[in-house]
Design a protein around this ligand. Structure first.
Ligand SMILES: Cc1ncc(COP(=O)(O)O)c(C=O)c1O
Length: 368
């Protein structure tokens, strides 16, 4: 029998938020009636001008492999030169380009745990090593930079993934601390994933880090503008890093619809500000209500947060039957936590009613 590469055999897909229609249909539930708090994209949907930009798509032409118009638009918006920018098919692709360009089989990446599961999957897909730095529940999963530095001194990783704010904990590491890490480990590629930065309160401007020769800033426009069906991300780094990533990418990596949507999205500052205000109002309501129920909510600076509910898988399953999806964090190694990303306040009120209801169901006690 034809055998794949041995390192591929044991791989399992990364688990993500979002509702899976098949899973719901198997349970006799209607996907259209599900309110999805498990996905952390902008809950207010696609801005109208982005939708309009998709009406005249040159679908018969290959997309520009350099996404040049979008790169130029990003350059103007961020005041970063075009040579420091690469556009990708979501930041997921950027993570893989970084691995292709910089890591080989004998190299290791340092991954903080719990975090976004795709870093590890990507490393394993390319048969490169992984070592972990464990965050601690007792201090709300805050990063202890001195301990992280010790761990990196021990392992000497070729790359370090820092998700900022971290998914799923919502904790943000100030940029001066990232800068400290990057200057100590100047032979390590620091992959700073800012997928949720647009929704993060009290964050710093990380752009100054792209002057460093070993920092790759990854951003996702998928989240900010609810472009999950198109997917779009971009990387910012020194021109050397960007050139190496460009050599590693497949041709036509970003489809024309995503490129056009990205250009339109850069004119949506007001939409983003309004959405963020709506998200934070809804988040405060949820945090207050959940805390009043005696549930432990982990402080978060962004558009999702962790809640300790007992048996997370059972909690999610019971809520699904009430028409609400939350993210069971078992796949992050957090069997007692769910992650909730706020939606419009009316939906949040209904979610709280449903949580109150399921907590009174004797057969559905979630404490374990
Ligand atoms: C931390 C983090 N980074 C990157 C991604 C991937 O986003 P994109 O759609 O830009 O590939 C996700 C998606 O959930 C994420 O949570």
């Amino acid at each position: 029998m034809l055998q794949p590469n041995p390192h591929i055999i044991g791989l399992t897909p990364c688990i993500h938020g979002g509702v899976n229609s098949r899973e719901l249909i198997e349970r006799g539930l209607n996907p259209d009636n599900m309110r999805d708090f498990s996905i952390s994209c902008n809950p207010f949907g696609l801005p109208e001008n982005i939708r309009a930009s998709l009406n005249e798509l040159p679908a018969e032409l290959y997309p520009d492999s350099d996404s040049y118009d979008l790169v130029e638009a990003l350059s103007g918006k961020l005041c970063v030169s075009t040579g420091n920018i690469i556009v990708c098919n979501g930041s997921t692709e950027l993570i893989r380009l970084a691995i292709i360009a910089y890591l080989s089989r004998q190299d290791k990446s340092l991954i903080l745990q719990p975090t976004y599961g795709d870093y590890e999957l990507a490393c394993r897909q390319f048969n490169t090593g992984v070592v972990y730095y464990q965050l601690n529940e007792d201090n709300n999963f805050l990063i202890n930079v001195d301990a992280l530095i010790k761990s990196a001194e021990l392992h000497r990783p070729k790359a370090m993934f820092i998700c900022n704010p971290n998914n799923p904990t919502g904790q943000y590491l100030p940029i001066e601390k990232v800068q400290r890490i990057a200057s100590i480990f100047n032979q390590t590629l620091i992959i700073l994933d800012e997928a949720y930065i647009a929704f993060t309160r009290n964050s710093d401007n990380a752009l100054k880090l792209i002057d460093m020769p070993n920092v790759l800033l990854c951003r996702s426009m998928t989240k900010d503008f609810a472009l999950a069906g198109l997917r779009l991300g971009y990387g910012l780094a020194s021109s050397e890093i960007i050139n190496n990533l460009k050599k590693s990418r497949p041709p036509w990596n970003v489809n024309s619809a995503a490129q056009q949507a990205g250009i339109a999205a850069l004119m949506c500052d007001e939409y983003l500000a309004e959405s963020t205000a709506g998200i934070f109002e809804a988040k405060q309501y949820l945090v207050d209500e959940l805390s009043a129920m005696g549930l432990n909510v982990i402080p978060s600076q962004t558009n999702y947060f962790l809640v300790k509910v007992g048996n997370a898988a059972k909690f999610r399953e019971t809520l699904l039957r009430e028409g609400f999806a939350v993210r069971d964090c078992t796949s992050f190694g957090l069997r007692q936590y769910v992650r909730i990303a706020p939606r419009a306040i009316e939906d949040c009120r209904e979610l709280i009613k449903a949580i109150k209801k399921i907590r009174t169901m004797p057969a559905c006690k979630h404490d374990s």
